[in-house]
Design a protein around this ligand. Structure first.
Ligand code: SAM
Length: 248
């Protein structure tokens, strides 16, 4: 993972503890055929809470028409989770497309509103990762009904530009859930503006880093586009950082 920069809020004790656990994970004696069905062995409380939070969000939009979008995909875990939730709760809803926007090369720009700690290229992934992610998403699609229809899309590039072309090419788009996880000001602002006339009553706009000192740009974008007092910004006991707005 040489050259990939991310911010971490973990203490050195936590990092050490997790590094030793990685060793335990690497040396696991579970036979290959049983690993995927025993992943709970290795998912810690924090990662599990995040999965449960995504589940909580998804359950809120089951009776809301429209697509699910993740703005800021990175390794793509949330897209894979959303596919499984669709397979579990609405296996025949082939209309529920799941769309992910990312450069797959980290931040393409950073604004002064994002503070001093972030740089262009942070949160990148490995070269060509989107091709690997497609294979993962194809697999998850294959494990649920109506797998002959492709129901996900990765939109590669700077989302401040690709969001407009995507919506021009898909004028039918209604957004039931948008998960904002760019971490930074400009793409959050542009994409939030772009989806505002695509949401309906009950749609959920969720945010990974509001009220987060390390990533002030995300809050500033929401403040400028929505205002902070017009909507209830809700949180869940599952996460100290993530929040969401339900459009009423
Ligand atoms: C924190 S990561 C996303 C993490 C992911 N949602 C998760 O839960 O694991 C932020 C992502 O936003 C992407 N990103 C930031 N600015 C972008 C932009 N203008 N266009 C497209 N992607 C962008 C980065 O490439 C990075 O993958």
């Amino acid at each position: 993972m040489k050259g990939i920069k991310v911010l971490t809020g973990s203490t050195s004790n936590e990092i050490e503890n997790r590094t030793s656990f990685m060793e335990i994970y690497r040396n696991n004696p579970v036979p290959e055929g049983e690993i995927l069905s025993n992943l709970g062995l290795f998912i810690n409380r924090q990662a599990l809470s995040r999965i449960l939070f995504m589940h909580e969000l998804y359950k809120k939009i089951i009776d809301v028409h429209g697509v699910v979008i993740e703005f800021g995909v990175r390794w793509g875990q949330n897209l894979a989770l959303f596919q499984s939730f669709r397979g579990i709760y609405e296996p025949f809803n082939y209309n529920r497309k799941i769309i992910g926007f990312d450069t797959f090369s980290g931040f393409p720009q950073v604004d002064e509103k994002d503070g001093e700690r972030l740089s262009v290229g942070d949160y990148s992934v490995t070269d060509g990762y989107e091709n690997y992610l497609e294979k993962i998403l194809d697999y998850h699609e294959s494990e649920s009904p109506i797998s002959h229809k492709k129901k996900y899309e990765l939109v590669k590039g700077d989302a401040t530009k690709t969001i407009t072309s995507y919506l021009d090419e898909h004028p039918e788009t209604i957004v039931s859930l948008a998960y904002f996880d760019f971490d930074i000001y400009l793409p959050t602002k542009k994409c939030l503006e772009a989806v505002l006339d695509r949401v309906t009553k009950g749609s959920v706009l969720a945010f990974d880093e509001l009220n987060c000192q390390e990533f002030p740009g995300e809050t500033l974008a929401v403040k400028e586009v929505l205002g902070l007092s017009k909507y209830g910004i809700k949180r869940s006991t599952l996460s100290p950082l993530c929040s969401y707005i339900v459009i009423e």
